[in-house]
Design a protein around this ligand. Structure first.
Ligand code: BMA
Length: 362
């Protein structure tokens, strides 16, 4: 009887969470509302596995080829990360060489097949004309906001991104819902929007300006993800530059393991950061994610079942996104590929009931 009561309470809690889960955008399309519900409901089943640029290229192929994840695990990831950097310049391909027209088609394929699309943006520096990592000036954020000398340039950049988001349509001509994760890792200082490069108010204004601009252009097919850098110590630190519940839908953080020796630090950091974001997600009705992770070059062949899964398995997060397998940088990979040393462990990882790949969420 006691057990039945407990199960009932859990279920009621789940349905309460599901009904409280609404996109921050009050004009969000029905497809966005459905995406938000799907994210919450899959948390009951397990954790979705995501991969950046999975369909665009892999460790040993570019453009024409098959997902490294599919070739090794036997199934595609459930979440597909995409990167818009250079779109704001009007370039035909991303900074990682993905042609935007092809990206759109692949985003559509993912949506048609029941997968989830997530978009990051390493926006070029509008003040200096250099890339996102150009931290030579602390005036960039100020300069792009209204009244700043680069506001007009920045508006053009936002317009290009908004146009891209509005061009994502399904077969019926309806907008495809996506998760957008701008201004990420801002608790570090390696991007022009980072901690030491702008004030708290400027950073929050940058977020609000971005979202307001998109909405004014009719972009309502987006859930917004707030994701900090690694090594966070407290909720205060996490929330210092939080742009607000009325804008944000998903909350997460990026955390990587550095080499085999970095295992203990990685496990401790994930546990500490989860203990920070999960109560916030619950209180604020937000969806928790591990927005980027991985162990570059996979030096530990048992990493999947020996480190990653123990690190995350007990947490109610919707997904974990692994970073890209570059085709032109042989050691820059985060997922196995045929012949790579961790393939057999990755297959075991895929077999775990609660690791969700594409077929598991269709
Ligand atoms: C970084 C690296 C870069 C890449 C950038 C944007 O972490 O993978 O090679 O250009 O992300 O995707």
């Amino acid at each position: 009887m006691k057990n039945i009561l407990l199960i009932l309470i859990c279920f009621l809690g789940f349905f309460a969470q599901l009904s409280a889960q609404k996109p921050a955008d009050t004009k969000a399309t029905k497809a966005v509302v459905d995406l938000s519900k799907k994210l919450v409901s899959t948390i009951q089943k397990g954790i979705m596995i995501g991969h950046q640029d999975d369909l665009a290229y892999g460790h040993s192929w570019n453009s024409e080829g098959v997902s490294d994840v599919k070739q090794t695990a036997g199934d595609f990831p459930a979440v597909f990360g995409w990167e818009l950097g250079d779109l704001e310049l009007g370039n035909p391909a991303s900074l990682d060489g993905v042609v935007f027209v092809n990206m759109k088609n692949k985003i559509k394929w993912v949506y048609d097949n029941g997968g989830i699309n997530e978009i990051s943006w390493h926006c070029n520096n509008p003040l200096t004309g250099k890339n996102a990592w150009d931290v030579s000036s602390k005036l960039v954020v100020k300069s792009v906001l209204p009244g700043g000398g680069k506001n007009e340039v920045f508006v053009k950049m936002l317009d290009r991104v908004a146009d891209f988001l509005l061009s994502l349509k399904d077969e019926k001509g309806e907008l495809i819902p996506v998760i957008f994760r701008p201004w990420h890792e801002h608790t570090g200082s390696w991007f022009w929007w980072g901690q030491n490069l702008c004030s708290k108010d400027e950073y929050i204004a940058l977020w609000k300006y971005t979202v307001n601009h998109f909405q004014a252009k009719g972009v309502h097919n987006v859930l917004y993800a707030y994701s900090t850098g690694s090594g966070l110590k407290s909720a205060n630190e996490y929330l210092e530059r939080y742009p607000g519940d009325e804008i944000v839908d998903l909350i997460g953080f990026d955390e990587y393991q550095g080499g085999i020796a970095g295992k203990d630090r990685y496990l401790k950091s994930i546990s500490q950061e989860m203990s920070i974001i999960l109560p916030l997600a619950k209180e604020r009705h937000k969806i928790a994610i591990l927005s980027e992770t991985g162990s570059e070059s996979l030096p530990d062949s048992k990493w999947w079942t020996g480190t990653l899964w123990p690190a995350i398995k007990d947490y109610p997060i919707a997904y974990v996104l692994f970073w890209r397998n570059a085709h032109d940088k042989p050691t820059h990979y985060y997922m196995p590929f045929p012949g790579e040393a961790s393939v057999s462990d990755f297959k075991e990882f895929e077999k775990i009931d609660r690791t969700l790949f594409l077929k598991d969420i269709q």
